[in-house]
Ligand binder design. Sequence first.
Ligand SMILES: NC(=O)c1ccc[n+]([C@@H]2O[C@H](COP(=O)([O-])OP(=O)(O)OC[C@H]3O[C@@H](n4cnc5c(N)ncnc54)[C@H](O)[C@@H]3O)[C@@H](O)[C@H]2O)c1
Length: 266
Amino acid sequence: MSNNLLKGKKGIITGALDNKSIAWKVAEKCVEQGAEIILSNAPIALRMGTINELAEKTNAKIIACDVTNNEDVTGLIDSAKEEFGGKFDFMLHSIGMSLNVRKGRDYTDLNYDWTHKTFDISALSFHKMLQACYKADALNEWGSVLGLTYIAAQRVFPDYNEMAESKALLESIARSFGFHYGKYRNVRVNTISQSPTLTTAGSGVKGFDDFVSYAQKMSPLGNADAESCANYCISLFSDLSKMVTMQNLFHDGGFSFTGVSNEVLR
Ligand SMILES: NC(=O)c1ccc[n+]([C@@H]2O[C@H](COP(=O)([O-])OP(=O)(O)OC[C@H]3O[C@@H](n4cnc5c(N)ncnc54)[C@H](O)[C@@H]3O)[C@@H](O)[C@H]2O)c1
């Protein structure tokens, strides 16, 4: 259903790998709500994933960007400005990857080179994208920038490994940059803390299926799926949430504030 909530708006959506990706749903909903979008992902993901299908469906251009490469990031923002014919209105950071998780290293046995890379891909990249926009004055007044995060930034989920620190850093960058960008151009910056969701990045975490069912039992509304996360993103890109900034917003069916539930006790 379209209410044209993003009519006339333009934005960048990163991180759509395949049709399970949260970013994929966000891209579809943005266009459904009247926006014009550019898709971006790492060159390897463009080769391995199915983003072309999404680009066709959403009439979007794809710009390759490996966020560990600073020139790629500034190139993405400059090319987006050129492609849109000027400034744009919103941006989704939907990027995460842990090398230690992927290679089965425990939190008490981290490889620090990989850990640096995890922080760079999953958190510092958010700062890079914001800084590139800030310096190029690429975002319109009252623009909106979102990052996706997880509650392991606040509470311990042992197998989430060094992604917990990545998410804590990501959320902190949203607060700090949100202050600076708010003062500069009234641009708002927030993170959405999403329920566990069956995607490529999600299912890389050890015991993920058990964890999804635990979260389901702990959430009075049940787990939030990728589609409802996309709807929430739309509301935050729209003008209906103009005064919300520097927040970490839980989108998790109530999981974050539930102490225990009968389903878990049984
Ligand atoms: N799936 C979950 O359970 C869950 C829960 C909360 C938050 N999140 C967050 O949502 C975001 C999206 O993840 P998803 O679950 O949709 O999985 P996904 O695997 O579909 O998306 C992750 C994306 O990150 C991209 N990426 C990795 N390295 C990159 C690089 N160097 N440069 C550019 N892009 C790169 C991948 O290509 C992929 O498209 C991530 O930040 C993730 O941590 C996911």
